[in-house]
Design a protein around this ligand. Structure first.
Ligand SMILES: Cc1ncc(COP(=O)(O)O)c(C=O)c1O
Length: 381
């Protein structure tokens, strides 16, 4: 075993949503976005210490927790965030719903690009706001924003743009010129910019992330950013996420929409967040190397053994977006499940004919999953 990430941990018979879905069936779960890795040792130690204290009353972040967040943003992105800009959330799905309520009236529109992480579409709908979709385009094997589609989709009823960078599921890291175009578009059409950057610490091949809010003071005032340690450090079940809202007026509107309905972050979430952002760096470096090799493994495997499946340039995240339109299946996920691998259906992302494979797992699991996909494809050849 070369890496700690090669270790296979038994997650069956635990509270894992990912593994419970196929309980009792021989189906490898490669769907929902959490990883089959243990959290970093310093996080586990901090949690043990916190539990040993034994009292779990209503929680607030401690000084050290706030400093860990601000320190990470300064260190990684040269972003001098002020403490009062931070709004703590029990999850970003909650954040997307709150955002929809806060910045659009019922019936008003929120624009996003598709394919997209499903809560971008569902959050506004659950809150009785409309969603307008602009399909992304392909530049070779790289997903890009289609500016003609964006201009055609926006109108006087559109209030916000939901942006995802790095992008789930397209695995893009938008470069500076693309970010500038997004910011200019929002300014031109008077849209508040909500930038979900939850995957910003999962960039592969040494790429670097630019928080869109750091482009200029103007962008910073007209936008807010959603982040969390959960994807990177595998802490999703602890429910600790953040909105960074520099503008006082926007922050007030956001906070007002949370009153009485938003749960608070729990003690363990704060503890894990602090330890992850402060001490998780070396673990993350190793994780990124491992995920990069997993991504390469997928690309070689698919190109050599299941070339009917289309794959794209993959710059970030542990989620691989795959085109299975060649098979013309009415339910591709059911077909792959019947051969022992559980993927996420592209239809949820407004993109039928695609599936998403979660490769945040040991290479042996990934290899097994891909071999099962090959068998599923063999059955259609
Ligand atoms: C883009 C994006 N935003 C938000 C979330 C979920 O965040 P949370 O677990 O904090 O609700 C995910 C999870 O996969 C995601 O990919």
């Amino acid at each position: 075993m070369d890496s700690i990430f090669d270790q296979v941990h038994e997650r069956r018979h635990t509270d894992s949503q990912k593994w419970q879905k196929y309980a009792g069936q021989d189906i490898l779960p490669m769907w929902v976005a959490d990883m089959d890795f243990k959290a970093p040792e310093p996080v586990l130690q901090a949690l043990h210490d916190r539990i040993d204290h034994g009292i779990f009353g209503y929680a607030r972040p401690e000084r050290g927790t706030i400093e860990a967040v601000l320190g990470m943003l300064q260190r990684n992105y040269d972003w001098a965030v002020e403490e009062e800009w931070l709004v703590w959330l029990p999850g970003l799905v909650v954040g997307l719903n709150i955002t929809s309520r806060a910045f659009a009236e019922p019936g008003e529109k929120i624009l996003t690009t598709t394919p997209i992480y499903p809560p971008f579409l569902l959050g506004p709908r659950f809150q009785n706001r409309s969603v307008t979709k602009a399909k992304m385009a392909l530049d070779g094997d790289k997903w890009v924003i289609d500016w003609e589609a964006m201009e055609a989709a926006v109108d006087s009823q559109t209030r916000m743009f939901f942006f995802c960078n790095p992008h789930n599921p397209c695995a893009r890291v938008f470069d500076r010129s693309e970010l500038e175009a997004v910011a200019a578009f929002c300014q031109r059409h008077n849209l508040i910019l909500c930038s979900d950057e939850i995957h910003c610490e999962l960039l592969l091949d040494g790429r670097s992330h630019t928080p869109i809010a750091t482009l200029s003071d103007e962008v910073s005032k007209n936008s807010f950013t959603l982040i969390a340690p959960s994807k990177t450090y595998n802490l999703a079940g602890l429910g600790c996420s953040l909105a960074i809202i520099p503008d006082k007026g926007l922050r007030h509107r956001f906070n007002s929409a949370t009153r009485g309905i938003m749960a608070e972050v729990n003690n363990l979430g704060y503890t894990a967040c602090e330890a992850a952002y402060r001490d998780g760096g070396p673990w993350r470096e190793e994780l990124l190397r491992y995920l990069g090799t997993n991504r390469d493994f997928i690309h070689s495997f698919v190109k050599e053994r299941i070339p009917e499946i289309g794959i794209y340039q993959h710059e970030a995240t542990y989620l691989s977006w795959m085109d299975v339109t060649a098979f013309d299946l009415s339910d591709p996920v059911a077909h792959f499940e019947s051969h022992g691998v559980g993927l996420t259906d592209g239809a949820f992302f407004d993109s039928p004919g695609h599936v998403r494979l979660n490769f945040g797992c040991p290479r042996s699991t990934l290899k097994e999953g891909l071999e099962r996909m090959e068998k599923a494809v063999d059955a259609l050849r």
